[in-house]
Design a protein around this ligand. Structure first.
Ligand SMILES: Cc1cc2nc3c(=O)[nH]c(=O)nc-3n(C[C@H](O)[C@H](O)[C@H](O)COP(=O)(O)O)c2cc1C
Length: 442
């Protein structure tokens, strides 16, 4: 992550804050308010109670995610699928890293943040768990919020649809703990690969290496039998205890509400190490930095499904959160958008609460444009598709996420000429405003 931060700094996309900030609320507050005004990443150099600086808002821009996976003119969805296919091929995907002296310390040496008013305490929100499938040995990367309890204990949230949950169940049935390492400040490709859900045989470390275009340097953990990407700034080693659940929460999570206290898994910490000059990665759950990467990975999965079902699918995005799917198509026949909606609704069992289909001239990364297309390209009543009584997001005791809504926001078939977008001659070329504004700032 440090190299990526240097790159951002070199092109003036990094704000550096030297004033001391409090890790309890103040840092998150400054980060979120800055994020409303600027797309730049932020580095807090002095965080009360810790020697480590905190980087935040690093992955909040879709363009940066495209850069990380080396899109080179392709869409994120297309390019990610290419990397996934490549990662299924022969490696080597990893290599042994050169030895590096590490610092060892306690969890409480880290600048652990408290984000929201009712959060139950300090949380690691950017932690990427590395673990191995106990049956196949295939490694997996995934994010799981972790509440600090003591230097030797974290309480963690394992979503039931994720691989780590399944691994832990297998280990638990054997009466064994599941070893795992938590990476904080992982290399950007590892961060992106951790957002992706591959089928059980998929190796997400190989995917990270495919994104980078070269093998990932790895080092062995010191207290558990796993290897981790050596470039990770901070590594927490430990094991998830079998048959042990303890209260975790409340926590202000990605939908914008608090999840109340629940009995969740217990992670026993066996070692904490960090590189010289390590940077901690803070991340505000539900902020752009949390949502954009997960949206991009989800969109790519939906894109792949749609491409196998219907023709003319150009790109997919999920804005303003993963619950929404926006599909861009080259409409080829009457009813094409309805076919796409049908396929989209079944493309991800957890999400797709709302699916919207638009034409090729609409920017699917701009929700205002998408809504504008629905509002201006035809009637409301006949372009809506409702699917009743289907479960959606898995954590839903009151069925708040049941049902699906589809919107056809494409131009009426056969009347395309009436919906040609107006243009100002020359508007495709960015203007050098300096010549017009004569020294005035925008
Ligand atoms: C920043 C971030 C934080 C996340 N936090 C959690 C979490 O606390 N618990 C959880 O179950 N999933 C969380 N997720 C979702 C999954 O960990 C993530 O989508 C991952 O891809 C799951 O991988 P898997 O399907 O390969 O297991 C988070 C995702 C992101 C991007």
């Amino acid at each position: 992550m440090r190299e990526y931060l240097s790159r951002l700094k070199a092109r003036d996309e990094l704000l550096v804050i030297d004033r001391e900030v409090d890790p309890c609320h103040e840092l998150a507050n400054v980060a979120v308010q800055l994020q409303r005004k600027s797309a730049k990443a932020v580095l807090f150099n002095r965080v009360k109670g810790s020697a480590l600086p905190v980087a935040i808002n690093v992955y909040s821009q879709h363009d940066r995610l495209c850069e990380i996976i080396r899109c080179e003119g392709k869409t994120f969805c297309e390019r990610l699928e290419e990397h996934i296919q490549a990662s299924l091929g022969p490696g080597p995907w990893t290599r042994e890293a050169a030895a590096e002296a590490l610092h060892h310390g306690k969890l409480s040496d880290l600048p652990l943040l408290t984000h929201h008013g009712r959060d139950g305490g300090r949380y690691i929100t950017s932690g990427i768990f590395v673990a191995k499938d106990p049956e196949s040995g295939v490694p997996n990367l995934s994010f799981h919020r972790s509440q600090f309890i003591a230097d030797d204990e974290l309480r963690i949230r394992l979503g039931s649809s994720h691989d780590l949950y399944r691994y832990q169940q297998v280990a638990e049935q054997r009466g064994e703990p599941l070893e795992a390492a938590i990476l904080i400040g992982a290399p950007p490709e590892v961060f992106m690969a951790a957002c992706v859900s591959l089928p059980p045989e998929g190796d997400e470390l190989a995917l990270a290496a495919a994104m980078r275009g070269e093998p990932l340097p790895m080092r062995r953990c010191q207290t558990i039998g796993l290897s981790v990407p050596a470039e990770a700034e901070i590594v927490i080693e430990g094991r998830i205890l079998p048959h042990e659940r303890r209260p975790e929460g409340p926590f202000g999570e990605f939908m914008g509400y608090y999840v109340e206290v629940g009995d969740n898994h217990v992670f026993e910490v066996t070692n904490v190490s960090w590189r010289a000059d390590a940077v901690y990665h803070g991340l505000v759950c539900g902020s752009h930095e949390d949502l954009r990467p997960l949206e991009a990975a989800t969109a790519a999965r939906i894109y792949k499904h749609l491409k196998s079902q219907v023709r003319g699918v150009l790109d997919v995005s999920c804005r303003p959160t993963v619950m929404n799917t926006i599909v861009k198509i080259q409409k080829a026949y009457e009813g094409h958008a309805q076919h796409v909606l049908l396929a989209a609704m079944g493309s991800h069992l957890d999400y797709n609460k709302l699916c919207i289909v638009v034409d090729e001239d609409v920017d699917i990364y701009d929700m205002e444009e998408v809504v504008w297309a629905f509002l201006t390209r035809g009637r409301a009543d006949t372009r809506t598709m409702v699917l009743h009584d289907v479960p959606g997001f898995y954590r839903d005791p009151h069925k708040d996420h049941w049902g699906r809504l589809g919107l056809d926001a494409t131009r009426p078939w056969g009347r395309e000429a009436e919906f040609q977008r107006k243009r100002i001659p020359g508007d495709e070329t960015p203007i050098d405003f300096g010549a017009y504004l004569a020294g005035q700032n925008l």
